[in-house]
Design a protein around this ligand. Structure first.
Ligand code: SF4
Ligand code: SF4
Length: 201
C-alpha cells in the first residue's frame, strides 16, 4: 500500500516537473513569435545598406584635378594619382587613378576632402575575390556604378531591422518603389520640428 502511494507521488512529481519544462520551452517559443526575424536568405535576399554606409569608392575621372589631396589625407597614402604636367595649358593631366581595396580601410577621408567631389562612397560591399591583386581598382573599375539592391531584379531587398517602423514585424514589406531603407534627412528634421512644436504648445 505504502509503495503504491509512493509511486503515485513520484508520478505526480514527474508530471509536474515535465509540465514545468514544457512551459519553459513554450515561453521561449512564444517570446520569439513576437520578435522580428533576423535571418536573411543571402544572396536571394539582401539588406538595403544604411544611409551612410561606406562601401566601395566611386571615382569620376573627368572631375579629378590631380591635386593629390586624397593621397595626403589618406592614413596610408593609398590612392595612386598618375599625372603629367601639360606645359601648353599649364595644367596637370590625369593619366591613371587607382585605389587598392585590399588595403583601404574605408575611412572615407579621401571622399570627405576631395575638392571636386569626384570621389563618393557607394553601397557596394561584395568585393570578395580569390586574388587580392584583383582588389586594386583602376579608374575604369572605380568609375563603374554599383547595382543597387533595390534595383536588382534577382534580389529581394530587405529593410534593415533598425529602420523598421514601430509595430512592423517583417523587413520584407518594403513600400513599392522605395529606394531607401529609412526616411530622408529632411523628413526626419520635419518630424522633429513637429514634435518640438507640439511639446512647446
Ligand atoms: S582629391 Fe579628388 S581631385 Fe584631388 S587627386 Fe584626389 S580624387 Fe582627384
Ligand atoms: S577610404 Fe580611407 S583608406 Fe581608403 S583610400 Fe580613402 S582615405 Fe585611404
Amino acid at each position: 500500500m505504502f509503495n503504491i502511494l509512493k509511486q503515485v507521488s513520484d508520478y505526480a512529481k514527474g508530471s509536474i516537473q515535465a509540465a514545468k519544462y514544457i512551459g519553459e520551452g513554450l515561453s521561449v517559443t512564444f517570446d520569439h513569435m513576437r520578435r522580428r526575424p533576423v535571418t536573411v536568405q543571402y544572396p536571394y535576399e539582401k539588406l538595403i545598406p544604411s544611409e551612410r554606409f561606406r562601401g566601395r569608392i566611386h571615382f569620376e575621372f573627368d572631375k579629378c584635378i590631380s591635386c593629390e589631396v586624397c593621397v595626403r589625407v589618406c592614413p596610408i597614402n593609398l590612392p595612386v594619382v598618375d599625372w603629367t604636367f601639360n606645359k601648353a595649358i599649364k595644367k596637370k593631366e590625369l593619366k591613371h587613378y587607382s585605389i587598392d581595396f585590399g588595403v583601404c580601410i574605408f575611412c572615407g577621408n579621401c571622399v570627405e576632402y576631395c575638392p571636386t567631389n569626384c570621389l563618393s562612397m557607394t553601397e557596394e560591399y561584395e568585393l570578395a575575390s580569390y586574388d587580392r591583386h584583383e582588389l586594386n581598382y583602376d579608374n575604369v573599375a572605380l568609375g563603374r556604378l554599383p547595382y543597387k539592391v533595390t534595383q536588382d531584379p534577382m534580389v529581394t531587398p530587405l529593410r534593415e531591422l533598425g529602420y523598421l517602423p514601430k509595430g512592423v514585424m517583417s523587413p520584407h514589406d518594403l513600400p513599392a518603389g522605395s529606394q531607401r531603407p529609412g526616411k530622408r534627412p529632411e523628413d526626419l528634421v520635419k518630424e522633429m520640428e513637429a514634435v518640438s512644436t507640439s511639446t512647446n504648445e
